[in-house]
Ligand binder design. Structure first.
Ligand code: PLP
Length: 345
């Protein structure tokens, strides 16, 4: 079998959620947008609901419908994108709570679904989603009279604890919301780690649940094991892969492994990335192809049947660094061709 196996440890996700929940006194929600960062929104949400998570966040109403199917009635599912044109039947039938981002969305919501729960998203400086201070000032009294279930905002630089933007956004959020009755939320994973000033009534971690930075103490969640299809000897002067970009200088041994950029293994990481053959770190050589990657296994004594790209030896963030990106992108790029195995340790 040449199919790679992606193992997802739901027990580790739950442990990470509990660890983040223990850091704050309020409610800890779970962000499961983008199919739970590529790991399977239904399975992840179900496992976390069994741990006691009561509120889930997705980006779009369509994602919320999938999470609702997995969770059944009970948990609250919130939609960051708010109430978009055409969303009303989804929001109603799956009982989703849109985070209203503008006066236009507010009007659409009260018109299409009067009495249906909603939250408010405020822009405290990131300029991405939510109402700006002036817009909020105009709508605030009417919106609050309709009892939003949550008033939230999002931090732009929470993964840099020393960044002045954090304090600026905290003050802006406070100015916009101090004294209101509705529950408030500002922190995702990074904000949770910034400390109690940032916690308010609810935190909304995503990446920390899935084992990524900035939650340094997270338990690893994913491992990816890739079959070795073939091992060959190369002589000095012989090249490997498309474009002859890598040429052997000494006699060596090359393993061809069964995964490539079609599986989310970003082609640009090739020159800097490694895989692990047992306890030996092996360099990726030559260009990453669509379905195949060459690996220098010269130093490997006993060649295993599979190599590890993610797992005990290598985190999503280590791999992200090789690709010049972040762990979030590595996770959400994980391919659909993998056999997905769910475990709970
Ligand atoms: C994605 C997202 C989160 C979760 O962020 P992490 O950094 O993954 O913890 C929380 N809130 C909003 C608005 C988001 O877009």
């Amino acid at each position: 079998m040449a199919q790679s196996v992606l193992t997802i440890d739901l027990g580790a996700i739950c442990a990470n959620w509990r660890a983040l929940a223990a850091m704050n006194a309020g409610e800890t929600a779970a962000v499961v947008k983008a199919n739970a960062y590529g790991l399977g929104a239904g399975k992840v949400a179900k496992a976390l609901a069994d741990q006691g998570a009561r509120t889930f966040f997705v980006a779009q109403a369509e994602e919320g419908v999938i999470v609702r199917e997995a969770l059944g009635t009970g948990p609250t599912i919130c939609v960051f994108g708010g109430h978009m044109d055409g969303d009303a039947p989804l929001l109603r039938d799956a009982n989703l709570v849109p985070m209203i981002n503008s006066i236009d969305q507010m009007l659409r919501h009260v018109e299409a679904l009067p009495g249906h729960p909603f939250g408010i998203q405020l822009d405290s400086g990131m300029n991405r989603l939510g109402m700006e201070p002036a817009e909020w000032a105009a709508l605030r009294d009417i919106a609050l009279s309709q009892k939003p279930v949550l008033v939230m905002s999002h931090l732009a630089c929470a993964d840099e604890p020393g960044h002045g933007m954090n304090e600026f956004q905290l003050q802006t959020f406070r100015q916009m919301t101090d004294g209101i009755d509705a529950p408030r939320s500002l922190a995702a994973t990074g904000g949770t780690l910034l400390g109690p000033d940032y916690h308010f009534d609810m935190t909304r971690p995503g990446i920390g649940l899935y084992g990524g930075l900035p939650f340094v103490d997270a338990r690893p969640v994913v491992s990816l094991s890739i079959p070795v299809i073939q091992v060959r000897d190369v002589n000095p002067g012989e090249s490997v892969g498309y474009g002859n970009s890598w040429v052997a200088r000494v006699p060596g041994k090359i393993a061809t492994i069964s995964a490539g950029y079609a599986d989310g293994i970003i082609r640009a990481m090739g020159p800097k990335a490694h895989v692990w053959a047992g306890e030996t770190r092996c360099k990726i050589v030559g260009r990453i192809s669509m379905d195949l990657i060459g690996v220098d296994v010269g130093p490997v004594k006993e060649m295993p049947d599979t190599v590890e790209l993610l797992g005990r030896h290598q985190s999503v963030d280590t791999l992200a660094e090789a690709a010049g990106t972040i762990g979030y992108e590595i996770l959400t790029s994980l391919g659909s061709r993998y056999a997905r195995r769910y475990i709970s340790t």
